[in-house]
Design a binder for this molecule. Structure first.
Ligand code: CA
Length: 682
């Protein structure tokens, strides 16, 4: 009996190990063919032509193999050309010679990235493409695989880790090494986690170069890389784990895609890349652009999202309007001090900073004049193209939304790779649809308390405590976008012709390009609609010096020189005609202790309390015992809903009184400091 059992056990074990091997072989074959198909798309006609001039010794005459340059490292061109030989049926037989030359010459750069990522990746791609051809001698292939063993994947983080994992994965495929494949896949998906340092954050924002907002830029590279690897592994035992896929999909759908309006992304999300021409145009992420684009890959990896992602593609490729299937939404990203507000008719997003985060960086000679970008810049989009390629002709101390010194000439940034923010009081409260955000500005000898109150048809912008001893006048810019069509303005009870602008006038409202700007308390406003000139080289030394120009709608408040406790108030109403209706908005307070706005149709109160205080109105009284940002819904009932956050990210709890009842709430801690907590009175 015992013997028999043992026998069947052995048979069972054998059976399982055989099927496992079969599965593993199937998996490898499938991954091979996915990667090969992916790499075959890389045909480059110009480089293909250059690759044909290969010499007898396996080298190209125009490549300096002794170069150690950090960027544009010439020897890498050798590998890129070999790849074109491989993709060329009539030249493929020359590859072994060229590979042998590389192995012997062993070119090295002084930039680790070229040695540890760029070269091994290129070698891996070549060997993957040659795998079925069997034209590379085994000994040559083994030596090249050895040459690929570069970089410490375990120690690397973020995009670098993923890049190293990818060439490790190539190596596993080429050598059929299962253990190597296990660890390559494990390392590749490791960055898909909610981190508290760099990378993806607990609020589903993305940080890189310290605590710096990089939702597109590095965040986009992360998305493309991870979906690419995931697409290679679909249907195998190496497929991306469900919980990781959920994180990746959430970042793509709930964060990244919502920052794009029509075809164009928010200008605040590309980091220093804001100074690159065409960067805001995201049409390259659609399936129409490439079968291996971000959204094509995301659909392949998770077909459950196909309908939603196809709708996004239709908006981006402009086969449907920007409003198509778009749902109202509001997010405050407390890890990067960024507000995202979407409505079918518009986007209104705000970039701020605090002492917990880092200002928009300048580096590699890019973004030379963007030093005021995080000082409350507002990205207001209807069609999406309002700011597309306007950057070289912007006046950079009048970025939309910011309060700043008005210099005669744009100031160049002198600190590189980001500068730590200063204010402690930056934050935002949201219920997922509405929201309130605040920014304590303290930069370049200008201070202000800036707040934004977000509703459906309007955003209320308040500023107070504007102080500066600087010799320049201080301005708050309402907008600086492409001029489009007529401009209307209303001042002291009459319509004025504003097509040619105006200077320092008390204005009630301005209307331009389907957006109304209402000034409930007036204020000294200036408008220009003139042609502005500049060049990409002015803002990015790597780009063209050619002059670019265009007409710009630029509207701003003048707070004058030496302002003391100055303030401003304006209401932005996107998506209205020139005969728009007034908003049911009451500005209750705009002082250094409190900024408060009530919306009488939504029965909603939004308050920034800079200290403990109260709002007492006809029908209700709200009192708080701590500073906070408070949003109250159904304020006209006995059961209002509270949403509250702590912009200092220091507090543990708060007590809020509504009329005669009190609620004590605990603020989220740890990685969720600054997040909103909610409560309903019953
Ligand atoms: Ca200026």
């Amino acid at each position: 009996m015992d013997k028999l059992w043992r026998k069947s056990h052995v048979v069972l074990v054998l059976f399982f190990s055989v099927t496992n091997t079969v599965h593993a072989q199937d998996d490898f074959a499938r991954i091979d063919s996915n990667i090969t198909a992916y790499l075959k798309r890389d045909v480059d006609t110009a480089m293909k032509k250059q690759s044909l001039s290969l010499k007898e010794d396996g080298s190209w005459a125009d490549i300096d193999y002794s170069s150690t340059a950090e960027t544009n490292w010439a020897p890498l061109m050798h590998l890129n050309r070999i790849k074109q030989l491989v993709l060329n049926n009539s030249a493929r037989n020359k590859t072994s010679n060229a590979l042998r030359f590389w192995l012997n010459a062993n070119p090295t750069s002084s930039n680790w990235f070229q040695n540890e990522i760029a070269s091994p990746t290129a070698i891996g791609e070549i060997l993957m493409l040659l795998k079925q051809e069997k034209i590379v001698p085994i000994s040559l292939q083994d030596s090249l695989i050895n040459r690929m063993k570069r970089g410490n994947v375990e120690k690397a983080i973020g995009a670098n880790k993923l890049d190293m994992a990818i060439h490790m994965l190539y190596r596993a495929c080429i050598s059929g090494n299962k253990n190597l494949m296990d660890s390559a896949v494990n390392q590749a998906f490791m960055p898909i986690t909610l981190s508290n340092t760099e990378g993806l954050q607990s609020d589903f924002s993305y940080r890189q170069h310290g605590p710096q907002l990089q939702i597109s830029s590095y965040g986009e590279v992360f998305l493309i890389g991870e979906y690419k690897v995931a697409s290679w592994l679909v249907g195998t035992s190496y497929a991306i784990p469900k919980e990781k896929l959920k994180i990746l999909d959430t970042y793509l759908i709930n964060t990244y895609l919502r920052t794009i309006r029509g075809r164009y992304i928010d200008f605040n999300l590309e980091g220093r890349g804001i100074a690159r021409n065409n960067i805001l145009d995201k049409s390259s992420i659609t399936t129409a652009a490439s079968a291996y684009s971000l959204l094509a890959l995301a659909k392949q990896v998770n077909p459950n999202n196909s309908v939603m992602l196809t709708e996004a593609e239709q908006r981006i490729s402009q086969t449907q309007p920007p409003s198509y299937q778009l749902k109202p939404g509001h997010s405050y990203f407390y890890k990067v001090d960024y507000t995202l507000h979407n409505r079918p008719g518009y986007s209104f997003n705000v970039r701020t900073v605090s002492k917990r985060t880092i200002r928009t960086e300048t580096g590699n000679r890019e973004n030379l004049t963007g030093k005021f970008l995080p000082d409350g810049s507002t990205n207001i989009q209807r069609s999406g193209s309002e700011y597309y390629n306007i950057m070289p002709i912007w006046e950079w101390d009048k970025i939309p939304g910011i309060t700043s010194r008005d210099y005669a000439v744009d100031q160049k940034t002198t600190l590189f790779w980001g500068e730590r923010g200063v204010g402690a009081f930056s934050g935002g409260t949201t219920d997922g649809v509405y929201g309130t955000s605040v920014y304590e500005l303290n930069y370049n000898e200008v201070t202000a308390k800036k707040a934004w109150f977000f509703f459906d048809n309007e955003v209320v912008c308040l500023g107070t405590g504007i102080n500066s001893f600087a010799k320049e006048a201080i301005t708050t810019t309402v907008n600086q976008a492409w001029q489009k069509g007529k401009v209307k303005a209303f001042a002291t009870d009459q319509l004025i012709n504003a097509d040619k602008g105006f200077t320092a006038r008390d204005i009630n409202w301005v209307w331009h390009d389907s957006i109304a700007y209402v000034f409930p308390n007036g204020g000294q406003l200036s408008l220009t609609t003139d042609e502005q000139k500049g060049s990409w080289a002015n803002i990015n030394a790597n780009r063209s010096k050619n002059e670019v120009k265009g007409k710009v709608f630029k509207l701003w408040f003048n707070h004058g020189v030496d302002p003391v406790n100055q303030s401003y108030a304006y209401i932005v109403k996107p998506g209205v005609g020139e005969n728009f209706k007034p908003s049911p908005i009451k500005i209750i307070a705009n002082t250094s202790v409190m900024q408060a706005v009530e919306h009488s149709e939504l029965h909603m109160l939004q308050v920034v309390f800079y200290e403990a205080g109260s709002v007492i109105q006809n029908g209700y009284a709200i009192k708080v015992n701590q500073p906070c940002v408070l949003l109250v819904k159904y304020i006209n009932t006995n059961n209002p809903v509270l949403h509250v956050s702590d912009p200092t990210q220091k507090l543990t709890d708060i007590t809020i009184n509504f009329n005669t009842v009190a609620a004590s709430l605990t603020f989220p801690q740890g990685d969720h400091k600054g997040a909103t907590v909610s409560f309903q009175f019953n």
